[in-house]
Design a protein around this ligand. Structure first.
Ligand code: HEM
Length: 231
């Protein structure tokens, strides 16, 4: 890496900007993922059809995946650097400033919800991405002739287990909270502070967080309540 880039990356504001931009990218994925997942309410054909479109990309599907992994690594790595740097700065008598310009309560919430989201992703990939999408785990009890419902069946069966459904509701509420605070931090990091627009941004960010948390939560809660898929 050239000396100029190393110098640039070592400045606190550039680190925060990287956290902000990668965070926005990851939030974009979450909203896109939510829109695909809500197809579960239209039945197995719609839901599986959406997942199959992605499968049909073949090796090309590693392109968006690689982008997601790089964004996630940069987001976590630079967040850790900023938090450590600010901790060090508080120890010095020269600099006193908040991480990402947020209050200490919001900051603590961000770190905790971020950690929960981080571990959730690994459990989630183990639940839905890695298993086979055929055979016994995809056959939902009560569905005629023991027919496999593919990925839809896998997801449905997972949420029939109440504690797993509850875990998902808690995790996606953390995702919503993290995104909501995150959007507000992005605008502070980018130096956008306006008497009219800042309160609107705050309300909009809360709305995005609520839509993400309630949209994702609706899926396990629906399964828990309905129990037999309407197919
Ligand atoms: C109720 C909530 C959710 C449901 C039902 C759900 C469903 C799924 C399913 C079915 C897959 C596997 C897709 C496939 O293998 O074809 C998947 C993958 C994934 N989900 Fe979710 N998801 C939920 C929430 C979330 C949240 C909140 C996040 C992020 C914070 C997330 C991030 C991911 C990631 C990173 C993958 C791997 C994508 C890949 O295979 O390339 N999911 N999800």
């Amino acid at each position: 890496m050239s000396a100029a880039i190393t110098r640039l990356l070592s400045t606190s504001i550039v680190k925060k900007q990287i956290v902000a931009i990668t965070g926005l990218g990851l939030a974009g994925f979450v909203v896109f993922h939510l829109s695909g997942n809500l197809l579960i309410f239209l039945g197995p054909e719609a839901f599986n059809g959406y997942a199959e479109k992605f499968e049909k990309l073949g090796e090309l599907k590693w392109l968006p995946r690689a982008g997601l992994i790089v964004f996630a690594i940069l987001h976590v790595y630079f967040t850790v650097l900023v938090v450590l740097e600010n901790r060090e700065a508080r120890g010095s008598r020269y600099v006193v400033h908040n991480d990402f310009g947020s209050t200490s309560w919001a900051k603590r919430t961000m770190i905790l919800s971020g950690l929960i989201v981080f571990f959730f992703i690994f459990i989630h990939i183990g639940d839905f991405t890695l298993p086979e999408k055929s055979g016994a785990p995809t056959v939902v009890p009560g569905v005629a002739d023991g027919e496999s419902l593919g990925l839809y069946g896998l997801v449905w069966n997972s949420y029939l287990v109440w504690w797993r459904a509850l875990f998902y509701v808690i995790a996606v509420c953390c995702v919503g909270m993290h995104i909501s605070h995150g959007i507000q931090s992005v605008f502070q990091t980018l130096g956008i502070n306006h008497p009219v627009y800042t309160p609107i941004i705050k309300r909009a960010s809360i709305a995005v967080g609520v839509v993400v948390a309630s949209g994702f939560s609706a899926i396990p809660l629906f399964v828990l309540i309905v129990r037999t898929p309407p197919v």
